[in-house]
Ligand binder design. Sequence first.
Ligand code: FAD
Length: 469
Amino acid sequence: MTGLPSPATLARLTAVVGEAHAISNPALMDGYMREWRQIWQGRSPLVLRPGSTEEVSRILAIANETRTAIVPQSGNTGLCGGQIPTDAGTEVVLSLDRMTRILDVDPADNTITVEAGAILKSVQDAAAAVDRLFPLSLASEGSCRIGGNLSTNAGGLNVIAYGNTRDLCLGLEVVLADGEVWNGLKRLRKDNTGYDLRDLFIGAEGTLGIITKAVMKLVPRPRSWETGFIAVPSPQAAVSLLSLAQDMSGRRVTGFELIADIALQFAIRHMAVRQPLASPSPWYVLAELSDPVPGTLARLLEHAMEQGLVSDAVIAQSDSQRAELWAARELISEAQKPEGGSIKHDVSVPVSKVPAFLREADEAVSRLMPGARFVSFGHLGDGNIHYNVSQPVGMDKAKFLAMWNEMNDAVFEVVARFHGSISAEHGIGRLKAYRMPAIKSPVELRMMRDLKKMFDPNHILNPGRVLPE
Ligand code: FAD
């Protein structure tokens, strides 16, 4: 078992990074102790900010020897509390925020090699500088870091065309629990030489090792986009529109986001987003085609209108209008804050089942809490809906949030009915670890526990995250 590290252990850990990069004064730790939504807050005796793989390795060797729990933290935008220490005050935070270097950009191999603390936006910019695209894109891209993206297998806005972070990774460097360094920084597109160790660390949320470097894939940068904000009468119409779009332009559909009207209205009310269309519609789709045959989106909309799938639409006429349309989607999460409490669900079901899921989940939540507001939006092209429930107008926020588990139960019961996932993008962290025995079969759980034991026998790496203690 891990416990409160002794003063001698803390001194040894501090010596690895030097006083300048170790924070032990609680007043200076604040930014590392709580996250964006202010839901998770913790305490820690020490925050370490190593500057190299070698320092991470020395930290873990000491932690392993002294049974000191280590919480890796990259951009601290995770939504499941995995990167925040518990309030027991015993876990040491290891921040990757000094390891931000872009080590190599290779347009011939279409790869970029980075340290785990590189901010996603800076990786995108480095790719653009050599006329390539790094396609991972999330609303948190100005803050989240590649190590966190890999550890959560982040999804985002372009998964429909380019896949999750896992699909964009070729190689990793990982520091193991005992401090040994695995250099798996390969750039190969094909490598069938036994078990895929890289994939074990992706999505492991820091429970099996600490990712220190990565080789990521680049793709050709699109030369043109057609982006439309489209009014649709229902989620079913949106699913049919997606089929039509893929029939007409195949893999060129690179974004397909569903947005409930209330979500857009929140963004208009609180984030100075402009109403994109003349009159409101119950649902919208933000669709983007990359490198389409010119005019494809307009033709698609014409067909869709004939079939009653679309009632109105605007197609971006400039880069700034395109950015404005995307902002309407990306600012929704932030726009929910002034509306009071919000209980969020990051779920996925098969794409064709999204309309039935939304209907049944709304019914289940309404039974539990009449007046709840359904701020549903998300990556319809991946069957991944951010099923966010805002509190009824005028309700006490604390009373609403006290219903968190009950509401989760109601929504997850519907997810299970559709053989979906209770965590499509954000991971398990501390938030959902207790649910693992209910959502994984005994054999899955046993394999996961065996892996954890093998990689981290002293249980120092992010204990209690992913697998319940
Ligand atoms: P952190 O929050 O620092 O850490 C996340 C987890 O990874 C923790 O368990 C941590 O311990 C572990 N970890 C971090 N670094 C390492 C490392 N180097 N080695 C091992 N373990 C590590 N997510 C999506 O998938 N899609 C979205 O569209 C999306 N949109 C978002 C929008 C907003 C406004 C916000 C605030 C968040 C959003 N997220 C989204 C969630 C979040 O941004 C992602 O989960 C992101 O990948 C987390 O990266 P991070 O660097 O902030 O990681």
